[in-house]
Design a protein around this ligand. Structure first.
Ligand SMILES: [Mg+2]
Length: 385
């Protein structure tokens, strides 16, 4: 099999919503297709990928450095002994000439290519991706039935508290049992009002998580007191992503679960988080993003290292909420899958017709990731194929 071309596009995915840190109105994402000289069941064999959300598209890095590097490699160097595309060999080629550390946004460009290579490999095998990812760190059996939670409740220009309540209620109506909303981390009165609005939708506090997007610091004692009023499911990213002293301080004060890691992009950074972040393996959650962090093999290393430090694989709740991440959760028995509940968004919902039932989904058996069965996403991927 030969790769005959790689096409990428930067897509606008912006909308008028904000978290405590950034606005999403100018947000973009990369879509990518790896074409080959092969067909399967009469269809061209193409590997597809769509970005994680929250970092911008990576077109420059892909076009100038990583796509040419992959296309220049001899075809045989990209395959395993069985003639299947080998994402780990490909990533090693992508990383030739790249210095250690300083991961920047190259980790997302490599992660996007890694995702498309895995989609391609699974399609070669005629299997859903979750059956092709290899043994779980820790030895869990793969299962198509996974937990998921809704990530919503961004800040908007609508000041009506009822709007947040309605949004959370809609998640419950869709079948989710756990919902995450955004808080400021700094304005106690605002955060108290938003917590009340979300809980008014019919949740108990143990079903509600809150995301501070790195905006809390030790001076925000009133906001911390608001959080302490409820036994929340978890508090997400209370401190700035690389401020491990601040995260440690928060963990020492806040008795409930903490989740973080979505803005770390390498196994090196994840190691530092586990060493210096003050997290508690029996209580907290790790949210490193697979496709923003060089891809599957790097993520596997993060989990293996965490297991050696006393964590469980169920503590891994990967960030992003895209279809690719759901396969990794299923393959390796991870804790839960983040989901943007609005299926009309390119990054929202699941495969068409796959429902959320009591906070779980069952992955379909389409070969690869199954992008071909989410119509709005496929509409933007098809022109690249
Ligand atoms: Mg978050």
């Amino acid at each position: 099999m030969k790769i005959t071309g790689i096409q990428e596009a930067s897509l606008p995915i912006g909308s008028a919503m904000r978290n405590a840190s950034i606005a999403f109105d100018q947000m973009t994402a990369s879509a990518l297709a790896i074409r080959t000289d092969q067909t399967r069941d009469g269809q061209p064999l193409v590997g597809l990928a769509f970005d994680s959300i929250g970092r911008y598209a990576k077109g420059g890095l892909l076009r100038e450095r990583f796509i040419p590097r992959l296309l220049a490699a001899p075809a045989r160097d990209l395959l395993d002994e069985a003639g299947l595309i080998d994402p780990m060999r490909c990533v090693a080629i992508l990383m030739r000439g790249e210095k250690q550390g300083g991961h920047g946004e190259r980790s997302g460009a490599v992660g996007l290519l890694d995702a498309a290579l895995w989609d391609l490999r699974a399609k070669q095998m005629g299997l859903p991706l979750w059956q092709c990812l290899g043994p779980s760190p820790g030895g869990a059996a793969p299962s198509a039935h996974i937990a998921t939670y809704a990530s919503c409740g961004h800040f908007t220009d609508n000041p009506d508290p009822q709007a947040l309540r309605d949004e959370v209620a809609q998640c419950l109506a869709l079948g989710y049992t756990s919902v995450k909303i955004k808080l400021s981390g700094r304005q106690a009165a605002l955060d108290a009002q938003r917590l009340r609005s979300a809980l008014d939708a019919g949740l108990n506090p143990g079903q509600l998580a809150v995301d501070l997007n790195g905006q809390w610091d030790k001076h925000c004692t009133d906001a911390l007191a608001v959080l302490a009023e409820y036994p929340l499911a978890w508090v997400e990213e209370p401190a700035a992503p690389l401020d491990y002293a601040a995260l440690t301080a928060f963990c020492q004060i806040h008795p409930g679960p903490v989740a973080t890691g979505e803005n770390l992009f390498s196994a090196d950074d994840a190691t530092n988080l586990l060493r210096y972040g003050g997290l508690r393996p029996a209580l907290d959650r790790l949210q490193m993003d697979i496709s923003l962090s060089y891809g599957v093999d790097e993520y596997h290393r993060m989990i293996e290292h965490a297991l050696a430090l006393g964590w469980t694989r169920q503590a891994f709740w990967p960030h992003a909420g895209h279809l690719f991440a759901a396969h990794v959760v299923a393959a390796w028995g991870l804790g839960s899958h983040e989901s943007a509940p609005d299926a009309s968004r390119l990054y929202g919902g699941f495969w068409d017709g796959v429902p959320v039932i009591q906070g779980h989904i069952t992955l379909p058996r389409y070969p690869g990731v199954g992008f071909e069965h989410k119509a709005n996403l496929m509409a933007v991927l098809q022109p690249l194929c």
